[in-house]
Each structure stands twice: as structure tokens, then as C-alpha cells.
Design a protein around this ligand. Sequence first.
Ligand SMILES: *Cc1c(COP(=O)(O)O)cnc(C)c1O
Length: 459
Amino acid sequence: MELPFAESYKIKMVESLRRSSQSEREHWIKEAGYNLFNLKSDQVFVDLLTDSGTGAMSDRQWSEMMLGDESYAGASSYYKLKNAIAEITGFGYFLPTHQGRAAENVLFSAMISESDVIPGNAHFDTTKGHIEFRKATAIDCTIDEAFDTSLDHPFKGNLDLAKLEAVYQRYPLNRIPMVIITVTCNTSGGQPVSMQNIRDVSALSKRYGVKVVFDAARFAENAYFIKTREAGFESTSILDIVKEMFSYGDAMTMSSKKDAIVNMGGFIGFREEELFRKASVFNIMFEGFITYGGMSGRDMNALAQGLYEGTCFDYLETRIKQVAYLGSLLRDAGIPVQYPFGGHAIFVDAKRFLPQLPREQYVAQTLAVELYLEGGVRGVEIGTIMADRDPITRENRYPELEMVRLAIPRRTYTDNHMKYVAACLINVWNRRHNITKGYVITSEAPILRHFTVSLEKAK
Ligand SMILES: *Cc1c(COP(=O)(O)O)cnc(C)c1O
């Protein structure tokens, strides 16, 4: 008998989960303005809102917490983290920040000015927010294949080189401070970028004198996909793949809450001292002194340890196979999901799930609410609400894809939880024809509205 796959870790500490009834959930979600971000965590049974900061730290990471050095300047924890970053990413200069968007805020303060354009592969929402906040424009250059959720393509996070070159030719180069490569590409479905594409983007950008910045939150998952999908990398180690990926970049921003498996933290990596110095000024203003930047010593220690664990092949295989397990259960039931499955999440194609709903009634949000009502599973809308209004016309921006993202926290849930989630969604699928009304917005913030939006049922 062939031995089945099993997790590469065991559980040392557990946390209780509370089940709820359908009528409780109906009451709670109404009170929450049909915004899943407004729910209390104990109103949720399986929480797939995000994989950000929700992972389980290891015994070694918790041990590192005890060794944290809380000195204001020059703490040993800072040097531990600096060494880990240099060893794993190859970036010799770094600034700690409290999370990924803070890294964006600091780096963009040093690099982006009003009316700049920043091409990239489906910029993440906070990245886009920080670009638009500076009255600059993000231009999506993702390959068209990314927007067909049923099309099998191993690297749907890739940038389209023709689209990218068109940006370089159309705008003055002094208005293009960087191209951003997001690995993996969260917004298009946790889809990886191939090494070949990274090489090509880097070579093209060098020719035009444009800097390459990695939005690197899930760089290790991206490396796993390169190893398992891209010809020539089968026997290259994850660490060597990571090193090569980053060798094509001038800088990186990191949300450590993702692939570094900590609950809070971030950093910026730099190739050159000059940019590091320029950004240091903003780090001190926004985050804290350059040897802690919004993190305590113990958090930097846990992060350093997490970077090593997050780049272990066995861990990555366990993680990505669990995500694929959920994806397969849904796909086998005929539910339209982004394929191939992403690294950190399964994306359900809400437009194909609920084709009867008008887009003005927020199709993906409607599906996310139904999934919560069904079994207390919290996913998140990646659709029209998250796409925000156009900053100039203030009209809704209707993205190509309306998705419900089921993000899987790292080392947190078991495969039985995945089975439970799949059963909930299959129940919704079986009653999908009865879902004939969506939602309308009753109040919203001017930017990043999805976090605080309130809705009511459409009449
Ligand atoms: C999470 C994330 C960010 C922002 O990081 P935070 O730690 O949430 O501030 C930026 N880019 C990508 C791709 C992300 O996934």
C-alpha cells in the first residue's frame, strides 16, 4: 500500500472553537452590516478571512520570543533578523516595519511622487492604496490568462512583457520609479510568477532603467511552485530558488504575517545603501528607530526563526497540499474555483456561482455572506467592494473577477476543517438558484472601503 501524505508537524497546544446556530449567525451578520470584517471572532467557526498573521508559531519560535533583546538600539534581535534576511533573501540592507503596508509606506515615501505610474501584476489592495494615496497610478500588467479561472496555466501571476513594455514606452521613464512583482500574486488568486518571467521582467526593466521591487509576502510559496512546476528547478532547493528570485530585485517589501509565520511584522530589503538611507528617514518618522522599526525584540527573533521554517520544503509541501485538498473537494463537486489552486487560498468564482445576480449587488460579497450563514465559515470578498471606487470619477470599479477567497492560515486547521468548509460551500451550491438578491452599500470609507463598509439586503 502506498503511504498517504501526512503533515510534517504535530500539535502541542490547542485553542477551542465555538459552534453556532443558523439563527445566531443570521442575527450576528445583520448586526455586522453584512460585512464579515465586523464579526467577532467567536461568531466564526472556521476563519478563512485571511492567512495574514493567523498562522501557528512553532515551539522554536516561541522559544525565540523568550530570547528577545528589547534594547532600543542595536539589539541582538535586530542582528539575528538582519542575518536571516541576508542569508535567505540576499538583501544586505534592511529596515524592520510593523507590517507589510508599513514597509510600503516607508519605501514608497522614498520612491514615489505625484503622477508617477507603477506597473505590476495585479497590485495588492494596500499596495494600490499607498500608490493612489500619493496621487500616483498602479497599472496592471498581469497576463490575460490570469482572468480565466478555468484555464490551466502554471504561472498565472506572470507579467505580460508586451503590456509592461507598452507602459515603459508610453510614459516618461522618470515617472516610473519601479515595477512591482508580487509573489505570489494575491489579487489574481495566489498565483505564482515563474523564474523565467522574473528574469524577463528584470532584463526589460534594466533596459529602461526601471527598478524592480518585490512585494514578497508569499515568496516561499512562490519558490515552492517554481520548484514543482517550472522545468529545470526540480532538484534546486527552495533556498536557492529564493536567492535567485530576489537577485533580480532592487528592493523588497515583506509582510512577515504571511510566509514568515508570525502574527505581526514586516520589513524592507534593499540592494543599495543609498535607497536604504533615504528610506531610513521615513522609517524613523513612521515606524521607529531603524534597528526595531515597530517591532519588539522578541518579535524580530520569532520572525527570524519563522523565515527559516517558512522556507523548508516539508513545511511548504504540507501547507500547499492542504490548500489543494480543499480546492479538490470543491472542484470535484463542480464548484467554479480558480485553477490551478493558489498557494495560500482557494478562490471561488462568484460570477459563475451566482450568474443570476447583477454586479451592482456585489456578487462575491453575497456568496461570502451565504457561506457564513451556512456554517460559520468566514471567507472574504475579492471583488467590486474591494476594488473601491475610481479615485477621480468616484464610480464603482468592476473588476474582471468577483471572487470569494478562502485563505488558509498556516499550520492552524486540520484537513477535517477543510472537509467541513467544503461541505458548507457545497450546501450553498446546491441551493444557489434560491439566491436571487444581493446587497447595497449603506455607508463606506473613501479608500480601502471593504474593511468598514456597511450593507443591507437589496430590495
Ligand atoms: C498582506 C499583503 C500586504 C500588506 O501586508 P500587511 O502586513 O497586511 O500590512 C502587501 N502585499 C501583499 C501581496 C500581501 O499579501
